[in-house]
Design a protein around this ligand. Structure first.
Ligand SMILES: NC(=O)C1=CN([C@@H]2O[C@H](COP(=O)(O)OP(=O)(O)OC[C@H]3O[C@@H](n4cnc5c(N)ncnc54)[C@H](O)[C@@H]3O)[C@@H](O)[C@H]2O)C=CC1
Ligand SMILES: O=C([O-])CC(=O)C(=O)O
Length: 384
């Protein structure tokens, strides 16, 4: 018998009830609900139903106050069945969405034992394409995928989501800077902020991918004041991964042997400089030139890395780059969504402190902060 358990609560010794239907019932996987209360009649109950609906109850009666998800057992195993996590992907009919949703459904984002329910949002003109993506998700028969909501209704899309990956919006074309799509995209983030604030699950974690990613995330934060600022982030992990990839190629070492690069500031071309850095900075533009479309598979994969590390934690001794709400660390103005080196544990990110910043880097850190301040003003002018 295997017990897989992800809560720090002692489980009383478990004796499955004597089955009245012999092997048949032993082979039936039972849904077990655990509920508890303090003192008095409180205790631990494990109950389930057999094929005929007969209730089977185990009462550990140890008075441990808790309320947890369900798990299941069979004759050979007793395994924690995690509750599905609801993951919203906006712009799901677009090219990043198309690459991202199968990754999520396969467990790339939240782990191979974490069931998911996908919420996919797009706009009315993309409704048919969105439905096509839903059909493909069904056809792929992903074992972890417990449901798909495909909708053009933002409230339905946001309802009870635990994680929101905000990809919806317009991509830049060749020759444009990312902030050139601001006027089209920033209004989306203002309006979707309210829907998330009102309808998402408490403690929903938000990752903004659509450009200009830092400023869209900041607008979302400002128009969803009840979502904790720690829960709103933007994607700079793609730049981080690009830097890892460049180091790996140039030194001819496996990318898994490279770690702890840092992306400071904006997802834009005001990151640090030098030939290596220019390559990383201009990689998005190079991909647009080559594909006539902006990056998609690498963006989707990096979005999975971002959420995975945030939720499941960064490996010991490793930091990653996340666009997060600045608290003034490294003398970056507080109140910007700025990319910092962070470590994550227990679902929380922490900025790595005390790294040396030389004079040139200082200038560049300030420059990218100035750009973000200007973008913020531009965003508000687009909204007024
Ligand atoms: N932060 C990063 O590292 C990266 C950011 N991006 C950005 O991600 C965004 C999406 O890129 P792609 O998927 O290539 O674009 P795309 O054009 O293929 O897909 C975007 C989707 O968003 C939908 N959409 C538009 N308005 C919407 C709204 N109000 N609500 C929901 N959906 C809406 C569109 O109908 C479309 O299906 C772009 O802004 C792009 O610049 C792209 C690559 C990397
Ligand atoms: O460059 C773009 O427009 C898309 C993007 O953000 C990237 O690939 O980094």
């Amino acid at each position: 018998m295997l017990v897989a358990w992800d809560l720090d609560i002692p489980l009383p010794e478990f004796h499955p009830p004597d089955p009245h239907h012999g092997q048949q019932i032993l082979d039936k996987v039972l849904e077990i609900n655990m509920r508890g209360g303090g003192g008095g009649g409180g205790g631990v109950y494990i109950d389930g139903e057999d094929d005929d609906g007969d209730e089977m109850v185990y009462d550990g009666d140890n008075g441990v106050p808790f309320s947890v998800s369900s798990f299941s057992f069979s004759s050979t195993s007793l395994q924690m069945a995690k509750q599905p996590v609801r993951v919203l992907v906006t712009g799901a009919a677009g090219q990043i969405g198309y690459a991202l949703v199968p990754m999520i459904a396969r467990g790339v984002m939240l782990g191979p034992d974490q069931p998911v329910i996908l919420h996919m949002l797009d706009i009315a003109p993309a409704a048919e394409a969105l439905n096509g993506v839903k059909m493909e998700l069904v056809d792929a028969a992903f074992p972890l995928l417990k449901g798909v909501v495909a909708t053009t209704d933002v409230v339905e899309a946001c309802t009870e989501v635990n994680i929101a990956v905000m990809v919806g919006g317009f991509p830049r074309k060749e020759g444009m800077e990312r902030k050139d799509v601001m006027s089209k995209n920033v209004a989306i983030y203002k309006s979707q902020a309210s829907a998330l604030e009102k309808h998402a699950a408490a403690n929903c974690k938000v990752l903004v991918v659509a450009n200009p990613a830092n400023t869209n995330a900041l607008i979302l934060k400002e128009f969803a004041p009840s979502i904790p600022e720690k829960n709103i982030s933007c994607l700079t992990r793609l730049d981080h991964n690009r830097a890892l990839g460049q180091v790996s190629e140039r030194l001819n070492v496996p990318v898994s042997d490279v770690k702890n690069v840092i992306i400071w500031g904006n997802h834009s071309s005001t990151q640090l400089h030098g030939e290596f850095i220019t390559t990383v900075q201009q990689r998005g533009a190079a991909i647009i030139k080559a594909r006539k479309l902006s990056s998609a598979l690498s963006a989707a994969s990096s979005a999975c890395d971002h959420i995975r590390d945030w939720v499941l934690g960064t490996p010991e001794g490793t930091w990653v780059s996340m666009g997060v709400y600045s608290d003034g660390s490294y003398n970056v103005p507080a109140g910007l969504i700025y990319s910092f080196p962070v470590t994550c544990r227990n679902g929380e990110w922490t900025i790595v402190q005390g790294l040396p910043i030389d004079e040139l880097s200082r200038k560049k850190l300030d420059l990218t902060a100035e750009e973000l301040t200007e973008e913020k003003e531009l965003a508000y002018s687009c909204l007024s």
